[in-house]
Design a binder for this molecule. Sequence first.
Ligand code: SAH
Length: 360
Amino acid sequence: MNSSCAFTKTNLMNFDRASMREYFQSLNEKPFRGDQLIQWLHQYGVTDFDAMTNFGQKLRTLLREQATFEIPTIIREQQSKDGTRKWLMQLSDQLSIETVFIPELTRGTLCISSQVGCPLRCRFCTTGLQGFKRNLTVAEIIGQVWRAVRTLSEEAGRHDHQVTNVVFMGMGEPLLNFDAVVKAIALLEDDLAYGLSKYRVTLSTAGVVPAIERLAKVSDVSLAVSLHAPNNEIRDQIMPVNKQYSIEALMDVCRCYFGKNSKRKVAFEYIMIDGLNDRVKHARELVKLLQGIPCKVNLIPFNDQRCDLQPEPTFRASSLDTIRAFQKILLAGGVRTIVRKTRGADIDAACGQLKEVSGC
Ligand code: SAH
C-alpha cells in the first residue's frame, strides 16, 4: 500500500438532508446526527465542529479527521446605486461565478448560478458568450446562499433573514445540472436549513423540456421559463435550444407542470428586443400561445450585453412606450403581465449580464 496516497476529506456542504443522514450512518452514527449537522451548518452558519455542542468529543474528533466544509469565497464585491450587490465568488479550481443580491422593501432576492458559463448560447445573453466550463457542485450552489446569508448577517451584527427568495437566474442552465440543483433546492426548502417555501424558490430554464417533466416529479419548486418569442421562427433565431425542443413541446410541459388542481402559475420571461419580438402582432400571437396555460408574464427590458467578448451591440432594447403597449395587449387578452424593473445594470448585475471574468 502506498501510504502517501492523498486522502480527501468529505465536503459536507455537498449533502442535502437525505445524503447527510446516509453519511452519518456510514460513520456508524444515528441518522438524526445528520439533521443536527444540517442545522448547525445551514441554519446557524457554524463550520467549526467544536462549536457543535450537541456532538460528543469522539464524534467531533472523527468529523474533524474525515470531513470538511468547502465553500466558495467572495473575491470581489460591487454595489449598485440601487442597492443591488454582486459578488464574484471563487471556486476551488480557481474558476469563478457571480451571485447577485437584490434588496427590496419587503423582500430580498438572491440570484444564484448553477454552472460556470453556459452551453446554451442564447444570442442575447452574456453568460452564453463565454462558453461552458463545467457544472457546479451542490456545495458550490448552496455555498453561494450560505456565503450571502453569512455576509449579510455579519454586516447586520446578528443572524439576519434578508434573503427571503432565491432564484436560479444567475449563470448557467439549472436543468442541465439536474441532480445537484435538485439537492440544492431541497436544502433551500428544508426547515432545518434555509426554510424557504416553494413559492420563494424559483428555477428558471431556457426550456429543456424532458428535464421540466422530470423536475415536476421530484420537486415542488416554482418555475420560470425564458420564452422570449411567440413562435418557433423567432425563438430559433435567438435560442438554439428551441431547435431541439419546440415551443409547442415547451407549452405542453408548462401546461402540466403544477398539476390540474393547483392554483400556481408558470412565470414566462420575455425580453423585449427592439423590432425582433416587440410588435403588436407578436403580442397577439403570444396571447394565443398562452391560452389555457396557467401563467404570468414578466416583460424584461433588454439589458445591454456589450463587453470585450461582444463589442458591437447585437440587439437594442424596446422603448418603454412599446413595452407598455405590449403589456396592454397581453392584459386585454387575459394574461397577467408585469414589467420587470431592471436592477443593478450599472454594475452588470442585471439579467443576462453575468459572466465568469468580471473584467469583461
Ligand atoms: N438558463 C436559465 C437561467 C438563466 S436566467 C434561463 O435561461 O432561464 C437569466 C435570465 O436573464 C433569463 O430569463 C435570460 O433569458 C435573461 N437574459 C439573458 N440575457 C439578457 C439580456 N441581455 N437582457 C435581459 N435579460 C436577459
